[in-house]
Design a protein. Structure first.
Length: 268
């Protein structure tokens, strides 16, 4: 266990284990799974404001994409002038090229703690008792490629969880297409330059990398990833719906970049 995350992982373990004990009289053998789901959802709820802030930043970049592309074409031979113009544009519209990244980076330690909790065989100075629980007979500490075999009865439980995760990833990628920067009209250039391209690539590919990670993670870790990814999909669908609602309320059916970046705050 990394000393950097040791204390928060231990604290999270005690909370999840206590929640599992509370749920056991009601849910029996699936109490540990329910504890993982409930605790993960609670943590995701706490960091939802950061997620929506990131999504607002991404939406603002999408709205600014045509202007940014025109500036890049106009000042292609004068990088210093281009940088000044871009800085003024972002300042004027109340956003930045990295508005969609920073809030997500802040969340990274939180999600790292949760993932470490659900994949570490030892925690809080002893064995991780959560991993000794089961889901339909499959141990939460087991791995799909090993154990009873990938196509055994236990393996079928893993496959079912991975299918759910893949479905959640698909929902995330669908929502990402609506909130991440798209190609600037008439240019064929993606997004807002390097930042927009990176956001698009990461947003569309990263969810499916999660499936690969879950394939080699303990079942408890895979369940955590299903819950967290499903929450991400719900957040993005809600954000898209709110953005569409705001656009419908606007007289022209469009929102200015500043409105995209800040209107959701006012409505949220």
């Amino acid at each position: 266990m990394s000393s950097l995350f040791g204390v928060p992982v231990d604290a999270a373990y005690h909370l999840v284990f206590a929640l599992t004990n509370v749920l056991t009289p009601v849910l029996g053998g699936v109490a540990a799974v329910a504890g993982i789901v409930v605790f993960t959802a609670a943590v995701r709820l706490l960091v939802t404001p950061l997620t929506f802030r990131a999504l607002r930043g991404q939406a603002a970049q999408a709205a600014l994409a045509p202007q940014v592309q025109r500036l890049r074409q106009r000042h292609a031979r004068h990088p210093e002038r281009l940088q000044r113009e871009l800085t003024e544009l972002y300042k004027r519209e109340g956003t930045s090229p990295f508005a969609g990244f920073a809030p997500l980076l802040v969340q990274w330690p939180v999600f790292s703690v949760l993932y470490l909790l659900f994949r570490s065989p030892t925690v809080a100075g002893g064995p991780n008792l959560l991993l000794s629980r089961t889901l339909f007979g499959a141990p939460l500490g087991g791995h799909w490629p090993s154990g009873s075999g990938p196509f055994s009865a236990h393996g079928a439980v893993f496959i079912g969880v991975l299918v759910l995760l893949a479905a959640a990833c698909w929902l995330v990628t669908r929502a990402v297409r609506r909130v991440l920067p798209q190609a600037a009209p008439g240019t064929g250039a993606p997004g807002v330059g390097g930042a927009g391209t990176a956001l698009t690539v990461v947003g569309r590919i990263l969810p499916y990398i999660t499936v690969l990670i879950a394939t080699f993670a303990p079942l408890a870790g895979a369940i955590y990833l299903v819950t967290s990814t499903s929450w991400s999909a719900a957040e993005r669908l809600v954000f898209s719906a709110r953005t569409d609602r705001d656009a419908a309320l606007d007289g022209n059916g469009k929102r200015a970049p500043r409105q995209v970046a800040r209107g959701t705050v006012e409505n949220g």
